[in-house]
Design a protein around this ligand. Structure first.
Ligand code: CP3
Length: 358
């Protein structure tokens, strides 16, 4: 069996599958006691710098839950660490940049990334994982998108209103485009290196892009996303474009070059699919908070997402955003089992499985 026969890759190509593939953003992490045990003594970056350990953490959710993909254990800030940005990932806060990037000299200081030299541990982790996964389960590599990375660099940390980011975008457009251009080059070389090392699928996380109007997205962000997907589309590696709060941006994102669009729960999956078009695959979109609710609520909502997918080819089940730290491990397992059971072709309840048109 080769990885191109896996459910995830076939679904990404909109081929008919026996059942819907499922994985979770942030599946490796605090939800797992075996992760917390490792994390007790080491930071995220310390784990990342030890490829054997980092591969082990990446595999934990695959082994425990039986999800249909592994996602490289890393953070979106890794390539920025690689080019020497001084940052810390603070518990319960996220990335914090010691000297935010707001002037020409700070943008100028952002140098290109050579992943083999700057982040060899990431590529070593991928090589280990490829062996461990044995061509059965695909490995998802990823990068943060230029806008989301720029927002951390400019704001210095997570932001509610993105005022400093939008100030640069609108008051210093040349500086903005220079920054986005440099980040785009970094993201492209990072993703290409992950692919060369063996990543089977690549996801671009534009987590915070939903704070933008469609016009701002089209003018100030979209050209860079297009450039990234264009650079990567030369091979047949499936590409996933994900953002949060993107209901008003989907009609643009659908043309940016990714074959799979990741959507959050604020828009019903079928409505989102109608917007992006059925010539694209879709990933999503259970509200992560549902995993903190009753077993009945979880079952109802999982079935609702699958019903909206309607058994059409090209659905990858995921949450609308990452697993939350409070989610019980049992709830994660319940979702995996439900998706596998409910979407299987010819299941006992008589429903049609994934890939069977209703
Ligand atoms: O399992 C996986 O999904 C792979 C690992 C992964 C991490 N970060 C590890 C991590 C992935 C895919 C990311 C992406 C990431 N990081 C994004 C995009 C996805 C999203 O959530 O929108 C963003 C915006 C970041 C930035 C970031 N890093 C945030 C907001 C946080 C959370 C802060 C907190 O503690 O709540 C981090 C830290 C981080 N990244 C942790 C992990 C496992 C937590 C540190 C820990 O508990 O070990």
């Amino acid at each position: 069996m080769s990885v191109s026969d896996s459910l995830l890759i076939r679904a990404a190509r909109r081929e008919t599958v026996e059942r819907t593939p499922v994985w979770f953003m942030r599946q490796a992490g605090r939800v797992l006691p075996e992760y917390r045990a490792i994390r007790k003594d080491l930071t995220l970056m310390e784990i990342a710098r030890r490829p054997e350990l980092c591969a082990e953490v990446t595999l934990q959710p695959v082994q425990r839950f039986g999800v249909d993909a592994a996602i490289l254990f890393a953070d979106i800030m890794h390539p920025l660490v690689g080019v020497g940005v001084d940052l810390e990932i603070v518990d319960a806060v996220g990335p914090v940049i010691r000297r935010p990037v707001r002037s020409g000299s700070e943008v100028n200081a952002l140098r290109p990334l050579t992943a083999e030299i700057d982040l060899p541990f990431v590529l070593d982790t991928i090589r280990i994982l490829k062996k461990e996964l044995g061509g059965k389960i695909p490995l998802i590599g990823f990068a943060g998108a230029p806008f989301t990375l720029a927002s951390y660099l400019i704001e210095g940390k997570a932001s509610r209103d993105f005022v400093k980011t939008k100030t640069m975008m609108h008051s210093a457009p040349e500086l903005w485009h220079d920054l986005m251009d440099r980040l785009t080059d970094i993201v492209i070389s990072y993703l290409m290196a992950q692919r060369s090392a063996g990543a089977d699928v690549l996801q671009l996380f534009d987590s915070w892009v939903g704070c933008l109007s469609p016009t701002d997205y089209a003018t100030n962000v979209e050209p860079y996303c297009k450039r990234i997907f264009e650079a990567l589309n030369a091979s047949d590696t499936p590409l996933i474009h994900f953002g949060v709060n993107t209901a008003t941006l989907l009609s643009l994102m659908k043309d940016d070059g990714a074959g799979v669009i990741g959507v959050d729960w604020r828009i019903p999956l079928d409505d989102a699919w109608d917007i992006i078009g059925h010539d694209k695959a879709i990933q999503g979109n259970l509200d992560p908070a549902i995993l903190c609710c009753s077993a009945e609520a979880i079952e109802r909502e999982v079935r609702d997402v699958l019903r909206r997918a309607g058994g059409r080819p090209g659905h990858i089940f995921n949450l609308g955003h990452g697993l939350l730290p409070d989610i019980p491990v049992d709830a994660v397992q319940r979702v995996v089992d439900l998706v596998h059971e409910v979407s299987t072709v010819g299941t006992a309840d008589g429903s049609l499985g994934a890939g069977a048109r209703r």
